[in-house]
Design a protein around this ligand. Structure first.
Ligand code: NAD
Length: 462
């Protein structure tokens, strides 16, 4: 094994391993350092993928309970087997981990197992329980991601009080689950356990759910989630969480404490920079701990770059991937680009919530002159046939140029539908472009076309 490379990537999450593969494609001798046995980072091990496995499985269960009979399907008494559900989820993760290992081998990216630490002057130390090894590289890319955060008084105990990691593997369904934080993680994992029978109470500090999401969409989401049985306490500040090993007590400001048997702390994530040697290497972080970079992903230390959650911005796997590719392309060719205005976001509740571009709130706040077109799924034939009538598509376009500024979808398969909007925005499309593009019938995507037509008040089916 060599110990000298063109590029060493610390962290094999979606940002890091993708960057290493792209580097190899561009002729750089690349290596990744990862301390976990499995590759793929938070996203694959304890994030996007395992949560989607549980969301897909529990959605099937809920469909069978709530919607089979009305369509003439008789399934009897469908029950579930948590260990099997978990082993299916773990199997999906293992398969994809194997896939990444194979991709690294195919692309001749060397993998080092252990904790990576910057030593300065292009050197990196990799430490495992059995010892340390030094490597050197012309370029070093920090892609170490983020970890769950908690406030003093609400530290996870690895058992009854957990973060998203523990909530993906609880051995039984909580009777009463209190979720702290009505963000993406709280609502996705709250949905998993609610579908399996838990009473779910979400405590949120702000007066609304899903901060940063278009507020009209967030309101609709709250209405739908409440109808499904999720309970929200907004404007609620949690002060302390404790557990006696069986039950938990959640103390909130100005109200009675809440008793429950499990707590999910979902109040955000912080950059993962612990013991990385940033000081030694001269890498500076901002006040919130994110590594400071310039537009070429260069840190304050020569030859050291950073991408993904550890540099801040949207904490999304696909944003990290784009940054990883752009960073490496800049290193190898001098050119690389990420269009931060066209990065979609998806929340995998039921229905899904997806968006790209500006929210209506942001446009209003800026005093931007815009037009809006909306179309509800209740008026879409395919949505009716599938029994997915909730939600709508909203398109925001510039009042003068008609250029699409933002698209927001709450509805079934919104996460797939948003790709069309992202492509449109990447190509600088107008709402007229979307409205005049022929969409197959009957599809949910017709709702996107109709919303685009509604921008000029000419939707046909509303
Ligand atoms: P978040 O920032 O999305 O939401 C945290 C919520 O907790 C906020 O609404 C905040 O107001 C609230 N909060 C903070 N302190 C509180 C307190 N003391 N009491 C009550 N409420 C409090 O964070 P998250 O849901 O933990 O997600 C972390 C990151 O991971 C986000 O950036 C998210 O985008 C990303 N993520 C994305 C996906 C996806 O794309 N589907 C899935 C999971 C996570």
């Amino acid at each position: 094994m060599s110990d000298s490379f063109d590029l060493i990537v610390i962290g094999a999450g979606p940002g890091g391993y993708v960057a290493a593969i792209r580097a190899s494609q561009l002729g750089l001798k690349a290596a990744v350092i990862e301390r976990e046995q499995k590759l793929g980072g938070t996203c694959l091990r304890v994030g996007c993928i395992p949560s989607k496995a549980l969301l897909e499985t529990t959605e099937l269960y809920e469909q069978s309970k709530e919607h089979f009979a009305e369509r003439g399907l008789i399934a009897g008494d469908v029950t579930f087997d948590i260990p099997k559900m978990m082993s299916h989820k773990d199997g999906v993760v293992a398969q994809l981990d194997g896939g990444i290992q194979g991709l690294l081998r195919k692309n001749k990216v060397e993998r080092f197992f252990g904790h990576g630490k910057l030593l300065g002057q292009g050197r990196v130390e990799v430490t495992t329980e059995s010892g340390a090894q030094q490597l050197s590289a012309k370029h070093i890319l920090v892609a170490t991601g983020s970890v769950s955060t908690a406030f003093p008084g609400m530290e996870p105990d690895g058992d009854r009080i957990g973060t998203s990691t523990e909530a993906l593997s609880w051995p039984e369904v909580p009777t009463h689950l209190v979720v702290i934080g009505a963000g993406v993680i709280g609502l996705e994992l709250g949905t998993v356990w609610r579908r399996l029978g838990a009473k779910v109470t979400v405590l949120e500090y702000l007066p609304r759910i899903l901060p940063g999401t278009d507020s009209q969409v967030a309101k609709e989401a709250q209405k739908i989630l409440e109808k499904q049985g999720m309970e929200f306490h907004l404007g609620t500040k949690v002060q302390k969480v404790s557990s006696d090993g069986k039950s938990c007590t959640v103390e909130v400001e100005g109200a009675d404490a809440i008793k429950c048997d499990r707590v999910l702390i979902a109040v955000g994530r912080r950059p993962c920079t612990d013991n990385l040697g940033l000081d030694v290497a001269g890498v500076v972080c901002d006040k919130r701990g994110f590594i400071q970079i310039n537009s070429s992903y260069q840190t304050t230390a020569a030859g050291v770059y950073a991408i993904g959650d550890v540099v801040g911005g949207a904490m999304l796997a696909h944003k990290a991937e784009e940054e990883g590719i752009a960073c490496v392309e800049k290193i190898a060719t001098g050119h690389g680009h990420v269009n931060y205005g066209a990065i979609p976001g998806v929340i995998y509740t039921s229905p899904e919530i997806a968006s790209v571009g500006e929210t209506e709130d942001a446009l209003k706040e800026r005093g931007h002159n815009y037009k809006v077109g909306r179309f509800t799924f209740a008026a879409n034939g395919r949505a009716r046939a599938a029994g997915h009538m909730e939600g709508f598509v909203k398109i925001l376009a510039d009042a003068e140029t008609d250029r699409v500024l933002g698209v927001h979808i709450i509805g079934a398969h919104a996460g797939e539908l948003i790709a069309e909007a992202a492509v449109a925005m990447e190509f600088g499309a107008s709402s007229e472009d979307l409205a005049r593009t022929c969409h197959a019938h009957p599809t949910l995507a017709e709702a996107v076309k109709e919303a685009a037509m509604a921008v000029d008040k000419r939707a046909i089916h509303s």
